[in-house]
Ligand binder design. Structure first.
Ligand code: NAD
Ligand code: ZN
Length: 360
């Protein structure tokens, strides 16, 4: 048996207001006046200079505002890389992603594709990246996905939704400043927070579980229960705890795997464009057969925060469309194997998945 040798984020700053240290963190990483830093920032911050005014741009440094309305696409990564290369006199000094999972994943993918030939779609899979990425920094502004620690960047390509999983994917530096999350709208807070909760449940009940994943998963799960079920937390405490829950939940799945909610949510996302957080919630709500305790507590959290999930999103789909979703979901074999064990194919049929999707 050979154990996997996973990279971790080598540097992290944690603290309320620590975003102010970004400029001093970046300064020694500059490769000269022709090698700019490129800041990819969620365009939700475009009209409010609270973030951009604290970034000191020098020489050819650029801020590119990117919408997080849709999840990252391989074509979008390719277009960003082309634009950055064309407009830079030299290879950039670094890419800084500021936003949620969407912006963090874009920053990781762009930093990889600046040093690797061809299109991003060629690298969707496991360990296909040949050259190290350029320096990249992740600064989350919403908590839950764990993208700030993970070894993947999830992209939708022409043929599949699959991550670029590689040793070069994790950030070189992360800044965890919970103040950046203070204006996240409540529903989005819940959906992305539940992504973290679902990571914990899928990791902790999976067959890939080991003590490394279990300890991180338990920490994150306890934090989620505190945040989403207790009444005694201040806003600042809740924001800081969710930021660390996201981190630990991400660490838990780095050394294990997610499960059925993620597999089926990828199907919804591929066909219908349903975003990750809400998609996971829609699916997880119907998975009591597989995750009885996890789904029960999820429903309590949902009720406590008055969250009404969309219903009937699969009501008008054709058989062909169901099959597309089912194929995407079933192609994620490690997720099913983690959830149900080596013989998972005996228990999961196309009809079974169709029946589940029809309930959503
Ligand atoms: P997101 O980045 O898509 O953002 C969700 C919404 O919240 C957007 O409208 C965004 O503009 C808004 N927002 C973000 N920060 C805000 C703030 N501070 N104030 C107000 N609004 C704010 O959301 P997400 O759930 O963090 O990320 C989802 C993405 O993460 C998906 O593309 C998914 O595939 C990916 N993901 C990646 C990993 C990984 O390990 N790489 C893991 C899980 C999910
Ligand atoms: Zn997730």
């Amino acid at each position: 048996m050979s154990y996997k040798n996973f990279p971790m984020v080598p540097r992290v700053i944690f603290g309320r207001g620590s975003f102010n240290q970004l400029n001093e963190v970046l300064a020694p990483k500059r490769h000269g006046i022709n090698a700019p830093f490129i800041f990819l920032i969620d365009d939700v911050f475009k009209s409010n200079a609270w973030i951009s005014s604290r970034i000191s741009l020098s020489y050819d440094d650029r801020i590119i505002f990117v919408s997080a309305k849709e999840e990252p696409k391989t074509s979008q990564v390719d277009a960003l890389v082309e634009d950055i290369i064309l407009k830079s006199k030299a290879r950039p000094s670094g890419i800084i992603g500021i936003g949620g999972g969407t912006l963090l994943d874009l920053a990781k993918a762009v930093s990889i594709m600046i040093t690797n030939n061809g299109g991003a779609e060629n690298y969707q899979g496991w360990d296909l990246v040949k050259n190290p990425a350029i320096y990249h920094v992740g600064i989350p502004t919403i908590s839950g996905t764990g993208s700030e620690v993970s070894r993947t960047t999830v992209l939708t390509g022409p043929n599949k939704k699959l991550g670029i999983n590689s040793d070069f994917t994790p950030f070189d530096q992360v800044i965890l400043d919970s103040e950046l999350t203070k204006d996240v709208p409540k529903e989005q807070w819940f959906y992305t927070g539940m992504d973290c909760y679902i990571h914990c449940i899928e990791s902790l009940t999976g067959t890939y579980l080991n003590t490394f994943s279990e300890t991180y998963g338990n920490m994150a799960l306890d934090l989620c229960k505190d945040i989403f079920l207790e009444n005694n937390l201040s806003d600042v405490e809740a924001q800081e705890k969710l930021m660390m829950a996201s981190w630990h939940g991400g660490m838990s799945i780095v050394y294990s795997q997610v499960g059925i909610a993620h597999a089926m949510s990828y199907g919804l996302s591929y066909l219908l464009g349903t975003k990750h957080g809400i998609g996971n919630c829609i699916v997880f709500d119907h998975l009591e057969e597989f995750y009885p305790e996890g789904v029960k507590v999820f429903k309590e959290m949902k009720a406590k925060h008055n969250i009404a999930l969309p219903k009937g999103i699969c009501a008008d789909l054709s058989d062909k469309e169901f099959n597309i979703m089912i194929d995407v979901a079933l192609s994620l074999e490690p997720l099913w194997e983690n959830a149900l064990g080596k013989n998972w194919k005996k228990n999961i049929t196309n009809q079974k998945l169709k029946a589940l999707y029809q309930k959503m």
